[in-house]
Design a protein around this ligand. Sequence first.
Ligand code: 8DG
Ligand code: MG
Length: 140
Amino acid sequence: MSEADSQLPTVHVAVGVIENDNGEIFIAQRLPEQHQGGKWEFPGGKVEPGESVQQALARELKEECNIEVEDCAPLTVVEHQYQDKRVLLDVWWVLKYRGEAKQLEGQQWLWVDIAQLDAFQFPDANQPIVERLVDTLNSY
Ligand SMILES: Nc1nc2c([nH]c(=O)n2[C@H]2C[C@H](O)[C@@H](COP(=O)(O)OP(=O)(O)OP(=O)(O)O)O2)c(=O)[nH]1
Ligand SMILES: [Mg+2]
C-alpha cells in the first residue's frame, strides 16, 4: 500500500444479511464490470449524502432485491482497505421484510445455508462477516 492509497476516502456501504424462513441467506454475484466483479456478496450499496445507514439499507434492498425492510438489527461493522478502494461495511441482519426476495439487477442470486457460505468466494472484506454468521450457528 502506498502513501497515496492510505489517503483514499472511505466508502460507507449498507449491507443486508437477509434470512428467509428456512434460515437461508440471500447472496448475489457481483457483475463482472463492478468493483470485486464475480465475487458473491450480501446485497447493499453506498450510503448517499444525507441518508442514514438504515435508510440506505432499505433503499438498496428495495432496488436490488425487491423487498421492503420492516425490521433490522446491527450485525457488525467491517473496515477494509482494497488496493484501489477503502470500504466501511455496515452490516445489518434483516429480521423481517415484505415482498418476495429476488435480484432485480441481472445478478445471479441464491438462498444458501449459513454452513454453505464458505463454498462461495466473497470479497476479502467479507471474511469476518461470514465468520460471524458461522459463529451464530455454532452458538446454538
Ligand atoms: N453490496 C456489497 N458491497 C460489498 C460487499 N463486500 C464488499 O467488499 N463490498 C464493496 C464492493 C463495493 O466497492 C462497495 C459497494 O458497492 P456497490 O457496488 O454495492 O454500491 P451500489 O450498490 O451503491 O452501486 P453503484 O454505486 O456501483 O451503482 O462495497 C458486500 O457483501 N455487499
Ligand atoms: Mg450494490
